[in-house]
Ligand binder design. Sequence first.
Ligand SMILES: Cc1ncc(COP(=O)(O)O)c(C=O)c1O
Length: 373
Amino acid sequence: MNSAWSDGTRAVRAGSPGRVPGDPFLPGPVFAGTYHLPGEPTGPYQYGRYANPTWVGLETAIGALEGAADTVVFASGMAAISAVLLGLTAPGEVVVLPSDGYPATRTVGEHLAARGVTVRLVPTAGDQLERAVSSADLVWLETPSNPGLDVCDIERIAELAHRAGALVAVDNTLATPLGQLPLALGADISAASGTKALTGHSDVLLGYVACADAELADRVRSWRSLTGAIPGPMEAWLAHRSLATLQLRVDRQAANALAIAQALVGRAEVADVRHPGLAGDPAHPQATRQMRRFGCVVGFTLADADTARRFLAALELVADATSFGGVHSMAERRARWAGNDVPEGFVRFSAGCEDTEDLVADVLRALAAAGRG
Ligand SMILES: Cc1ncc(COP(=O)(O)O)c(C=O)c1O
């Protein structure tokens, strides 16, 4: 891809095949459990669990956006995360995981511990991380973290971790490659759930591992071939199709998220409004240094669980659902799930692509309704 192009152009063009007369702009999904393979196995397509042309198109596209040497797509974000954490570690090694990130990542950490890997859980914010990575084999960062929206200095942590010989992986789910480029900041791996803003329509589960080094990607791909954590061709094609609008979606979502955060800040009935793009947010200075867009998620705390429930029920434009990054706004009371260290009234809000004034009006109206009891 032309390195002079800006984000919107890159998103539209990512992974586009050449202009072959008579061909569609993006070839449809290839459904193949196996391929013709006479004689000894050679060529890129031998068996459906190992490779698929629709994955390759998507991997080329995501790799171009992430600035990766090679990228491997997976059936879900957790399949991608598990491939890195389980596939690239060995007994006796030390792995650093965020204590405040997506809870299922820590649960994979429990499986690592059972296999003789030492797992250090460290908060994303603060200086503990710098100390923890100086004697690690694999460092997993999640920045901004979900749901707390804390941010760490990827470049600094990568430098310290590399001095110790550790691999550094960043969960780039919330930011997307248009929000931050972990590999350019020194990470070895940028991995993500493509289920969220990357595909953005709440109709696909997907994950990927983008690697700075092709040999590392080979190891990740071997793990995928072995475990079969592969995306369906239809999902891969839908994801690739969605990438063309990535910049339009993440720009609108980030603008909506910031508008909502600004509308909530300072209101008596709302505490601890968090969004990395909000001036005054503790994560804002570092976010400004390493992010180009601040994502769609806003966190805030209402008085108690019942107030949060009333708020969510009163929203007209916002679905009560557990995800983020979709074109439809959604929110949830995060403490309804185990494993999240948040107050009972904490709301994780994902701004969609609705018109800003409609969304802000809906949020303020629901807030007033929740306050009436
Ligand atoms: C930061 C983060 N990483 C990974 C995942 C897992 O993604 P998936 O649901 O696609 O497996 C999630 C899911 O919410 C997430 O928020």
